[in-house]
Design a protein around this ligand. Sequence first.
Ligand code: MN
Length: 734
Amino acid sequence: MMRQYELVDRVRRYNPQADEVALNRAYVYAMKAHGAQKRASGDPYFSHPLEVAAILTDMKVDDATIVAAVLHDTIEDTDSTREEIDKLFGSDIGRLVDGLTKLKKLDLVSKRAAQAENFRKLLLAVVEDVRVLLVKLADRLHNMRTLHFVAPDKRARIAEETLDIYAPLAGRMGMQRMRDELDDLAFRHLMPDAYTMIAARLDDLHRKNGKIIVTIEKELTSELAARGINAKVAGRQKQPYSVWRKMERKSIAFEQLSDIFGFRVIVEEVDDCYRVVGVVHTKWAVVPGRFKDYISTPKENDYQSIHTTVVGPGRQRAELQVRTVVMHDIARNGIAAHALYKEGVIKGKESLTNESRSYQWLRRTVALLAEGATPEEFLEHTKLELFHDQVFCFTPNGRLIALPRGATPVDFAYAVHTDVGHSAVGAKINGRHAPLLSELQNGDEVEIARAEGQTPPAVWEGLVMTGKARLAIRRATRDALRAQYAALGRQIVTRAFERAGKTFAEDKLKSALPRLARTTIEDVLAAVGRGEMFSGDAVRAVYPEFMEERKPIVPRARGEAGWFGMKKAASLVFKIPGSGKPNQNSIPIHGSHGDLPVRFAPNGGAVPGDRIVGILTPGEGITIYPIQSPDLIAFDEEPERWLDVRWDIEESRHELFPARLLITAINEPGTLGTVATVIGDHAANIDNIVIKPLSADFREMTIDVEVNDLKHLNTIISRLRARPVVSKVERVNG
Ligand code: MN
């Protein structure tokens, strides 16, 4: 196990200003915290964070990252707390360790390789600081190096996750060396047979070609030296995993792989790279189509090199990579190496000025370096802002769902499946009941409770974040409304057929659809229900000979059938004689002033049970309004006219009070009778009726009634609503 002074030495070797006190304190703190804990290997647990720190010292990262590496498992695995870490090491370190704790919770939750890309995004959304990722990758590397101690079933899952998630992430960050080792270790565990086979073949090749490799190395080195180019030439062999991938990808046999071995030429200056290529291309035959210049056009992760393939001695193909020292380090250590090249930026500017395209933080990294920030400051300021506009959540069986920030369980449900969204009635987030419209956080596991036959509330449309959910809710709401109209239309059409002495049947209507210019029966029914089509037209479409007999529009006495055969659009206003109007002088109101006359609001009156207000009109008297009457807005600017009044009812007097109802009803004989009967049956008076045609099938009735009180009125309203001919009842001013 690494000693305390060794850790400090390792860091100070590349960073003389390192915070020695913090490093020592972290060492002692983590050692005590992990205490007697053991790893699967039987080693003291504390050896693990130390090894992780050691891996990072090889990458020459800043001391805060090293301290975080030493502490990285304390919050999750020991009694340590974030507060304690903050207090002892400062909130910067605290944040890093906290970030690592969050990432640890995500270990092994991803179950499908297809989600790997999303999972990488999730990792990036959770971490706010690139240093957290560096520690995480070093942590994973050490765990992979010691994977053979872990139980076999768990081993495979860890190896798979490494191959799917962490190795490619290291690659994206330009850390090729880390990526190669992670790939190699994972491959070895997942496919031991394939690994052994390829490794043996590579060894075999190496033995056979060892001589050629040495020959080429020597020839090329002296050839370049003769032209004054100081270059380091090294033969290199492909990694077993990359050979395997190539075999898989191109479905070719091992023998067909042409570029099994290659060379790396490392020079001082960028100019030298192109001169090396000139020498190589003159000396050996070039394989066409294999020349790639990643110096003038770097890869997304800032990788730079020139690649070319030649036919070398013994007709053996060899791939060459030509690059500068700076490029080489960046190719191996990626983001971690950027920190070290403040000098390099100035010296080999071309190597870092090309913008990286996929990752903003790399771009800003470069900008920061160009601005002359010190290497120590650099990593600290490389805050990740990737994917922070997204949240990533899991279904109970581990499927990863990516949503925009602010998304709710309703969005989640619709993202899983439209049916799940429609039937969602409740949600559990991380096992706890939560409102369906609460905001989801990264890594939340969301379970949706469902009930079939639901229609999503229309109000959700304005509260969800995703377009998919919004569209689905709008559609469902529209469909539900349409179904209601169709049901109403079916009643109307059925009655219209009966009036014509026929029986309604869907198949009869079906053959008549073209005549009605509709495509489905539901279209027809919904159109009738909505008032867009006259029910008689549907009857005539089936029985063209049928002509509905229309009665002339003549007002008749109340309670009599026949009001609804009207053809012409006309408004009818009439008074019903003999109704018992309440005596204005005896309106039982408390708080009225002296002998001022009192009357009820002209539009809709007021009844006991309403909260009321009096409006004083000088010279006329007091008008009583229900407090919710929209007419009161007219008096907003005149507070002096508002009077506090209240009801003063004598139960025994059975007085009647005015109220106005607005009714939408189906236009057919007997409708008015039905409405009048309901009102009459409840011992209320009808004072006035105005009837307006809305469409061929609907009439709107404004009815002034007189009732005892609010309860009486509400009873009448609900009884009216219960009648099939009535489609809507509202109180005016109420
Ligand atoms: Mn760890």
